[in-house]
Design a protein around this ligand. Structure first.
Ligand SMILES: *Cc1c(COP(=O)(O)O)cnc(C)c1O
Length: 403
């Protein structure tokens, strides 16, 4: 049990708290599911990019899936070896591609024909061979939220099958490209196995048709997207996930690479915020707290549900309230019509499942400093990022820099 009251007292609020032991358990569950096969679990750094979080996974043997060169640098700093780092994303700049090649990471996940030409040209300039994988868009509906689905042709990710095939042929004939993998990632917060199985089958068939052309790949990168329980979702068991994927690979000798983000960190994280006051506008009741959308954006951005627990001794009946922050936007809420007992100023709310796409999506909107982050491991706590102060917020505004 994490003593949120003590942590709030020590580090102030709003505050992110991460249970590192939970992260370890999730990592192990997934890694074990692929036991007996060559596999790399490459943590999707964007889910929670705090260096201490990445380092925690590095120590367990994890790789890293990065979507910017900044994330690649974080992965290196945190101790992930180059041969377990991959670089994905639809819009990589020349500088990013160059640095990724120079750093000799496992591969670059190429997302378009145009990008393949850039990677080849830059590798030629560097007089080397760039390892690549191609992100295939299998046109599968993942049955998740439209904002987080990525495997349909009407969204921007990856290339269709015939384009991918052409690109592999070009790469295989190039002196500066080494096609080593194939990648798909159909969406996030997946709770259905069937779309994953279908996507894997389509991509496995493509691998077979490439083998017929003597193009031999080593890595089967199934992306991330494993869903977690925010509310009453029935989620996919890692074992079933692994079986579904492995079932499509008969006759193929490939290393499985998977890129979980949310699965590893979401339910390890808690966002702790303090009640400022309650108010009532007409019939509507509000609990105003000190955290806001600039700290945890998911409810505002996706209408996402997060379970919220009040640390209150109140014995009174719960009533339905909107839980809102101080930011000047009507979209600044954590929950609507949520049942909570009457609360006093100073009492705490713990917003759960906040360890993925929480802090990382934060901003300084309304000149609010971002929260501190605390890790709890073996019942020991430690500060892993201090709270931002006003000086931090203005530090880059050049006309006011102190000389
Ligand atoms: C975001 C992303 C992931 C991680 O997604 P989760 O839903 O957090 O598991 C993995 N791979 C790629 C390419 C991504 O863009």
């Amino acid at each position: 049990m994490i003593d949120f009251k003590a942590l709030a007292k020590e580090y102030g609020t709003p505050l992110y708290v991460y249970d590192f032991d939970y992260m370890s358990a999730q990592y192990t569950k997934l890694k074990e599911a692929f036991r007996g096969r060559k596999s790399i679990v490459a943590y999707a750094v964007k889910a929670n990019s705090n260096l201490s979080v990445i380092k925690h996974f590095a120590k367990m043997g994890s790789g890293a899936d990065c979507v910017s060169i900044g994330e690649v640098r974080r992965a290196f700093m945190a101790g992930i070896p180059a041969y377990k780092i991959i670089f994905s994303g639809v819009g990589k700049s020349d500088e990013e591609i160059r640095e990724a090649i120079e750093k000799d990471i496992l591969y670059i996940n190429v997302e378009s024909d145009a990008e393949l030409q850039r990677v080849e040209a830059i590798a030629r300039e560097l007089d080397t061979k760039a390892r690549i994988s191609i992100r295939v868009n299998p046109n599968i509906d993942p049955q998740t939220h439209p904002y987080i689905s990525t495997g349909l042709h009407d969204n921007k990710f990856g290339v269709d099958l015939s384009t991918a095939k052409r690109m592999y042929i070009q790469a295989n004939n190039s002196d500066n490209l080494d096609p080593v993998g194939i990648h798909f990632h159909i969406g996030s917060q997946l709770t259905q196995l069937q779309p994953i199985r279908e996507a894997a089958e389509i991509v496995a068939d493509l691998i077979r048709s490439l083998e017929a052309l003597d193009i031999e790949l080593k890595f089967f990168d199934v992306g991330g997207g494993l869903g977690i329980k925010y509310d009453d979702e029935v989620t996919i068991e890692p074992y079933d996930y692994a079986q579904a994927i492995l079932g499509t690979l008969t006759g193929l000798d490939l290393t499985i690479l998977c890129e979980p983000g949310r699965f590893l960190t979401a339910n390890a994280g808690y966002f702790v915020t303090k009640v400022l006051y309650e108010k009532q506008n007409g019939e509507k009741k509000f609990v105003v707290v000190d955290g806001a959308m600039n700290d945890l954006l998911r409810p505002s951005l996706y209408g996402a549900y997060h379970e919220i627990e009040a640390l209150s001794d109140s014995k009174e009946e719960p009533r339905e309230v909107d839980i809102v922050g101080p930011v000047c936007e009507s979209g600044d809420f954590f929950a609507k019509d949520y049942a909570l007992p009457p609360l006093k100023g100073g009492e705490l709310l713990v917003i759960k499942s906040a360890g993925a796409y929480g802090f990382g999506m934060g901003s300084n909107y309304n000149t609010r400093g971002r929260s501190a982050e605390v890790a709890v491991e073996n019942s020991q706590e430690r500060l892993i990022r201090r709270r931002e102060n006003f000086e931090d917020l203005i530090a880059l505004e050049t006309e006011f820099l102190e000389d």
